[in-house]
Unconditional design. Sequence first.
Length: 97
Amino acid sequence: MCTDSGAYMANLISCASCKGNQLKAVNQTYVEESDIETTTYDHICGSCQHLISSHHHKFWIDGDYQEYTMECMLCGVAEDSISIMPDDPRKLSGLLL
C-alpha cells in the first residue's frame, strides 16, 4: 500500500509525549517536477502537536505503468507499479503475483 494521504494507524500505539492516539496531517506540500509528483506532509499528535513522522509519496508514469513510492516512519516503506492498461500484461504472463 502506497498512500498519498492518511496514515497507517495499525502502527501507532500512542504519542511518545502525551500517550494520545489521534493524528493530524499538517504542512502538506505538493510539487510536480520532471513528471514526478511528490507529496509530503507531517503526522502530528492531535493532542500535543508532537511530530510523529514525516510522510513522503512519489508518483510518476513510466511507459505503460504508474509507479508509486512511499517512505514514512509511521506508515512504512513501499513501492507499487500498476499498468495503465485494463489488463496488466505482467499478470497475464504470470510475471507479477
